[in-house]
Design a protein. Sequence first.
Length: 113
Amino acid sequence: MRKRTILMILIGQLFLLPLYAEKPKITENNPLRKITRGAVNTALCWVEIPRQTIKVNKEKGDIAGIFWGPVKGLTYTAGRFCVGVYEMATFLLPPYKPVVQPEFIFSDEEQED
């Protein structure tokens, strides 16, 4: 009876303990993530123009959104494009952390509502 109990405990640990193992972080910064981030930011940099226009419109009103929003969007577009090219060119060199925030243009950390 005692051997059976010990055997059942060992079998239980064998199958149940891996369930509590910590999963690796998905958002680890590594060279692959850096080159992917650079490619996505370079390809989608133009989205900053309507994004900043809408953002300025919500914060400062319609007139500012019409005139200042596209200007701000163009500057953010140029910045995101340059950072994307930089990250693609230096993806093998550390540091691997993001240069701009949010890391991607459609990141969850910036979504509102």
